[in-house]
Design a protein around this ligand. Structure first.
Ligand code: MEV
Length: 327
């Protein structure tokens, strides 16, 4: 039976919502072109608080409320006739790091505004969050917004069973399916090099339009499909070797970076496998630690100048935050 994810219930202002970040294990970039992706929600979160206010402000700033493209698009999409609001956002997800900070902000905000306008079911929240993020970035797939709305491990355009939902964008279509969490601990690490997802996605699009593009895309597809099967049977050795193959492909399409390669080298003695995660060209890596060497892995990455986080999948996606009962 297809899992039914709980809707975001109706709530009145003030309302607070949270959403996790994400980590792509296999298939970034190729997913934009319809290939499969494996992604999980991570236990680093963004939280927003929405209150009625005399004028609309984001973190106390009315100019930011107009210039932040994610905020402006979210309001235009789901709060067009709404009264002015004061939105505060706090996040533990590093920004522009490939770990889903913009998707988490969009999903938490859209969940809060959806609650304040009578509630919103999860497929609609996923689709709206994608449209808002896609509109702000100009390019991209629903992978990030799907992960932070759905929580846990998810397959885009692959995996077993019935889809939880489908997202469409013009002629493109992505099916979303639940994948069982193999129960592993992961380490993600930010290189400190900020990057633009849109620029990286456009550059890869141009690379894949060259004559050997279809061959490369077929290889991305093959690795992600094998990765989905390997995670499904909790085969760490196979997952590790596929992480390395996926990294080779990402190098070949030009989105690795010398700092990412340094972090991957530093991680190698304590990691079964590792690769960049997200758009690349900076941003972050993901590593599967050798069991028992998690601390050593974190130390190695930190010594090489990375910002490591030990992460577990966050089982729930975007959700309302219950107000603390009055004392
Ligand atoms: C960015 O986190 C993942 C990319 O595949 C872009 C996208 O899917 O929107 C690079």
């Amino acid at each position: 039976m297809t899992e039914a994810l709980p809707p975001i219930p109706s709530a009145s202002l003030p309302v607070s919502a949270r959403a996790p970040g994400k980590c792509i294990v296999f298939g970034e970039h190729a997913v934009v072109h319809g290939a499969p992706e494996l992604v999980f929600a991570i236990d680093l979160e963004t939280q927003v608080l929405v209150r009625a206010a005399p004028a609309t402000v984001l973190n106390g700033d009315s100019a930011a409320a107009r210039s932040n493209p994610y905020f402006a698009r979210a309001l235009a999409s789901v709060w067009a006739d709404g009264p002015p609001i004061d939105v505060r956002a706090v996040s533990r997800i590093p920004r522009a790091a490939g770990l889903g900070s913009s998707a988490a902000f969009v999903a938490a905000l859209t969940a809060a505004l959806g609650a304040a306008t009578g509630g919103i079911d999860r497929p609609t929240l996923a689709r709206r969050s994608f449209q808002i993020e896609r509109g702000a970035q100009g390019v991209g797939s629903p992978g990030d917004t799907t992960a932070v709305v759905g929580g846990g491990f998810l397959a885009i355009n692959g995996g077993p069973g019935e889809p939880l939902w489908t997202v469409e964008d013009g002629p493109r279509r992505w099916d979303v399916r639940r994948v069982e969490d193999p129960g592993w601990v992961w380490v993600v690490a930010h290189s400190g090099i900020p990057r633009s997802t849109a620029d990286a996605v456009r550059a890869v699009g141009e690379r894949l339009a060259r004559p050997d593009g279809p061959r490369l895309l077929a290889q991305f597809r093959e690795v992600a499909e094998a990765g989905l099967r390997a995670v499904g049977r909790a085969d760490r050795a196979e997952v590790a070797s596929l992480l390395a193959r996926n990294q080779e492909l990402l190098r070949e399409v030009g989105v690795s970076h010398p700092r990412l390669e340094e972090l991957l080298r530093a991680a190698a003695p304590a990691a079964e496998g590792a690769k960049l995660t997200g758009a690349g060209a900076g941003g972050s890596i993901v590593a599967l630690p050798v069991p028992g060497k998690e601390t050593e892995l974190v130390r190695r990455i930190a010594r090489a100048g990375g910002l490591p986080f030990v992460v577990r999948p966050s089982p729930t996606g975007a959700a309302l935050v219950e107000a603390a009962p009055d004392a």
